[in-house]
Design a protein around this ligand. Structure first.
Ligand code: NAP
Ligand code: ZN
Length: 364
């Protein structure tokens, strides 16, 4: 049974499934379109959230276009979500009606395995339930994400937006923010670290801001010369154009850490050569098969290459608190929901500076 924690608000009445509106697709070659469906009745540990803003991640596009295999349909994406709590289940104590909250890439996990207990719910032994295109752990129903008017999420997976944060610009932190914050923290990036961020898009621009805020010396590596000035404004100390062989040669062995956000399969030897002794490159962008690389690119200079998947819930809250304290926000371009297809085409053309956010604060 749902209850409301705010004495000012009226009780919800019978706890029934609620009609929901969203935008999604029925096939990979179709544009997104309005879709009506139902959100579940609240379980005792559920929170219902009226969504005000949702970011557009390149993963949303990969999913609905079938780049990672055919998703369940309709596919309703969105995993950078901000909104207000409108109702809570009977056992919820962490959130109150009216709170400003956020949801990222996960909405549930077993919460009992070693990974969940360690705060790495993303690696739940039973598989975490993702915010969209994932079977609900209780009903098997396909999850539907943030391109919707409201969402129902297990309380543990609902983040608190720190007081005073600008509600309109928080959403991209929930994926682009944590996906770049987590590897920077895992590998102790700090004032003595020389960091390069590859790809100035949604993830990359957060990587530059966060690494700079951690005190690192940050270099942007981009294919787009016209982004150089932006990179410096975001906090980069230096810029390298990756298509310029001379610039890449001159930067050999310069970096301790490379954060690689390129969204497609690509050769990595050219980037590995930029790492100095015991340097590491973390790939967060390309999930698809990659071409081979030369073993000597790793063996010489003791280099390593790895990956990183979003981050756990405690680290996501830590990232939000860090961004609030350091006044770090993404650069956003607001759109309305009916502009989402145009935004996808621009994302594919590398024409976004640097995250689209769907404004639903006045309705969908
Ligand atoms: P995005 O906004 O499209 O940015 C990607 C950037 O990569 C582009 O702006 C471009 O920057 C560069 N780029 C694009 N195509 C390239 C190519 N062929 N060669 C070299 N550089 C290229 O995408 P995003 O939202 O940041 O997402 C990036 C990737 O991360 C996506 O594949 C997404 O699915 C993935 N992702 C992973 C996780 C995770 O948990 N690991 C989480 C979220 C997203 P320049 O113009 O500067 O070159
Ligand atoms: Zn994402």
């Amino acid at each position: 049974m749902a209850t409301t924690a705010d004495p000012q608000s009226t009780t919800q009445g019978a706890n029934q499934p609620t009609p929901a509106k969203g935008w999604g697709t029925y096939a990979s070659d179709q544009p997104l379109q309005p879709i009506e469906f139902e959100r579940r009745a609240l379980r005792p540990d559920d929170v219902s959230i009226k969504i005000t803003y949702a970011g557009i991640c390149h993963s949303d596009l990969h999913t609905v276009r079938g780049d990672w295999g055919e998703p369940a349909r309709p596919a309703i994406p969105g995993h950078e979500i901000v909104g207000r709590v409108t109702a809570i289940g009977s056992e919820v104590t962490r959130h109150r009606v009216g709170d400003l909250v956020a949801v990222g890439c996960m909405v549930d996990s077993c919460m009992t395995c070693d990974q969940c207990l360690d705060g790495w719910e993303v690696f739940c032994r039973e598989g975490c339930t993702q915010t969209y295109n994932s079977p609900d752990r209780h009903t098997g129903e396909n999850t539907k994400g943030g391109y919707t008017d409201h969402i129902v999420v297990r309380d543990h997976f609902v983040l608190k937006v720190p007081d005073g944060m600008d509600e309109a610009r928080v959403a991209p932190l929930l994926c682009a923010g944590i996906t770049t914050y987590s590897p920077l923290r895992q590998y102790n990036v700090g004032p003595t670290t020389k960091v390069a961020v590859v790809g100035l898009g949604g993830l990359g621009h957060m990587g530059v801001k966060l690494a700079a805020a951690m005190g690192a010396h940050v270099t942007m590596i981009t294919t787009t010369p016209s982004k150089g000035e932006d990179a410096r404004a975001l906090g980069a100390h230096d810029v390298i154009i990756s298509t310029d062989a001379e610039q890449m040669q001159a930067a050999a062995t310069r970096f301790d850490f490379i954060l690689n956000t390129i969204p497609v399969s690509h050769e990595i030897d050219g980037y590995l050569h930029l790492l100095g002794r015991s340097g590491r490159m973390v790939i967060v962008g390309a999930l698809t098969p990659m071409p081979g690389f030369v073993g000597a690119s790793l063996i010489w200079w003791n280099r390593a290459v790895g990956g990183s998947a979003i981050g756990g819930i405690p680290e996501t809250q830590e990232m939000l608190d860090f961004c609030a304290a350091e006044d770090i926000y993404p650069e956003v371009e607001f759109i309305r929901m009916n502009q989402v297809n145009e935004a996808y085409e621009r994302l594919l053309k590398n024409d976004v500076r640097y995250r689209f956010v769907i404004d639903m604060s006045h309705g969908l």
